[in-house]
Design a protein around this ligand. Structure first.
Ligand SMILES: *Cc1c(COP(=O)(O)O)cnc(C)c1O
Length: 368
C-alpha cells in the first residue's frame, strides 16, 4: 500500500532524548527554539507555540477580543476544527462560498457575507495553497476586519512572495499528518507585539508572573518534548517542501489528459506547498469519485477525501445558536468540490517508483 501520509520524525531522536535527560519537559528552551525557527519561515516577528492547530485558532479569536454575537466569516469547505474553534471562542460563524480554482474563500462571496456584526475573516489555505490574500486583505482593511489565517495545511506557502501566516494572525497545525509535525501542536504567528504578548499570557492561564493573573486564560502550552520533534523538520523544511513540489509536478505531468480528471492548479503568484494533491473526478469520468477511491485502495494506492461534506452539514450543527442555518445549495462551488475531490499521495517520502505506480494505476482505472 502506498500510504496517503507518512510520518518521518526519526531524525528527532537525539533532540528528544536530550529533553528527556534534561528533566525540563514542559514548555521551556526547546519551545523557544522551535518558535524562532517557525517565525523565520512565517516571516513574522513572533511565533507562539501552542498544543494544537485548534487551540491556535481559539487563542487567536480570543486574543483579538471577539465576543459572543461577533461574527467570523469562513469557508464551508474545511476541516471541522475551523468551525469548532470559532464556536469554542464564543463567536458566531458565517460562511461564504469558495472559488473553483483554489478551493479557498471567494473574496466576492466574503464581501456579500459581511454584516454589522462581522469582526473577522478566517480564510483557510486549503491543501497548501493560500487563499486570494491580494483581494481579501484590502477587503478586510476597508471594512476594519481582522484576518485570522487558518494556515494549518500551509506552512511555507506564499502569496506574491509573502508567507502564509504573515498577512493576518497565522494559525498552524503540527498534527501528525501535517507537512511539519510535533505529534500534536500548533503555532500562532504575528508581527504585532501586543497581540503576541496577549497570546503568551493567554496560553499560560492568563498569568504574567507567578499567580499574577491578567485575564481568564487557559493551558494552551506546547511541551519541550513536542518542540524537539519538530525542530529537525523546521531545519530542513525547504528540502521537504521542494520534495512535495517535485512530486506534485510529476503527478501533473503523468496525469495530464486523463479523461474525466481535473488536476489541481497552482495560481499565478502563489507558492503551493502541497499538503494534499487533490484532483477532481468530473461527472463525465469512467466512474464516480467514490468508485475511483475504492478502486485505488483495492490496487494499493492510498487516497483520501478532504472533505466529503460541507462542514456545517451535520446534525450537531443544525439549530446551533452560533451557526446560522444555511443550506448546502447556498454554496454551489463548495458543494460540487465535496462531491468531486480526491487526494492522492504527494508526501516527501514517496519514491520515483511509487509515483509511477500512482500515475499508471489512476490512468488504468479511468481507462486512459
Ligand atoms: C489540521 C487542521 C486544523 C486543526 O489542527 P489540529 O492540530 O488537528 O488541532 C484546523 N484547520 C485545518 C484546515 C486543518 O487541516
Amino acid at each position: 500500500m502506498i500510504p496517503i501520509t507518512v510520518v518521518d520524525v526519526a531524525d528527532a531522536e537525539p533532540l528528544v532524548a536530550e529533553v528527556l535527560r534534561s528533566g525540563v519537559i514542559a514548555q521551556g528552551p526547546m519551545v523557544k527554539r522551535f518558535e524562532g525557527l517557525f517565525a523565520e519561515v512565517a516571516g513574522t516577528k513572533h511565533a507562539v507555540a501552542v498544543n494544537s492547530g485548534t487551540t491556535a485558532l481559539v487563542a487567536s479569536v480570543q486574543a483579538l477580543g471577539l465576543r459572543p454575537g461577533d461574527e467570523v466569516i469562513t469557508s464551508p469547505f474545511t476541516f471541522v476544527a475551523t468551525l469548532n474553534a470559532v464556536l469554542e471562542a464564543g463567536a458566531t460563524v458565517r460562511f461564504a462560498d469558495i472559488r473553483a480554482d483554489d478551493f479557498n474563500l471567494d473574496p466576492d462571496a466574503v464581501a456579500d457575507a459581511i454584516t454589522e456584526r462581522t469582526k473577522a475573516i478566517m480564510p483557510v489555505h486549503l491543501y497548501g495553497q493560500t487563499a486570494d490574500m491580494g483581494a481579501l486583505m484590502p477587503l478586510a482593511d476597508e471594512r476594519g476586519l481582522h484576518v485570522i489565517e487558518d494556515a494549518a495545511q500551509a506552512v511555507g506557502a506564499k502569496f506574491d512572495g509573502k508567507p502564509a501566516g504573515s498577512f493576518g494572525v497565522g494559525c498552524f497545525s503540527l498534527y501528525a499528518t501535517k507537512n511539519v509535525t510535533t505529534a500534536e501542536g500548533g503555532v500562532v504567528t504575528t508581527s504585532d507585539d501586543d497581540l503576541a504578548d496577549r497570546l503568551r499570557v493567554l496560553r499560560n492561564q492568563g498569568m504574567r508572573a507567578r499567580y499574577q493573573y491578567e485575564m481568564a486564560g487557559h493551558n494552551y502550552r506546547m511541551t519541550d518534548v513536542h518542540a524537539a520533534i519538530g525542530i529537525p523538520q523546521m531545519e530542513r523544511i525547504a528540502e521537504l517542501t521542494a520534495k512535495r513540489q517535485r512530486n506534485a509536478q510529476r503527478l501533473t505531468e503523468g496525469l495530464t489528459g486523463t479523461p474525466g480528471l481535473k488536476l489541481p492548479q497552482v495560481l499565478p503568484g502563489r507558492e503551493h506547498v502541497w499538503h494534499q494533491y487533490t484532483v477532481q473526478v468530473l461527472p463525465d469520468a469512467a466512474m464516480s469519485r467514490d468508485e475511483l477511491a475504492a478502486a485505488l485502495t483495492e490496487r494499493g494506492v492510498g487516497n483520501g477525501i478532504y472533505y466529503p461534506k460541507l462542514v456545517f452539514d451535520y446534525d450537531c450543527y443544525r439549530g446551533h445558536p452560533q451557526v446560522p442555518q444555511v443550506k448546502v445549495a447556498d454554496f454551489p462551488t463548495a458543494a460540487a468540490a465535496a462531491e468531486q475531490v480526491l487526494s492522492l499521495p504527494v508526501h516527501a517520502a514517496l519514491t520515483d517508483e511509487e509515483l509511477t505506480t500512482i500515475i499508471t494505476t489512476v490512468r488504468e482505472v479511468l481507462g486512459a
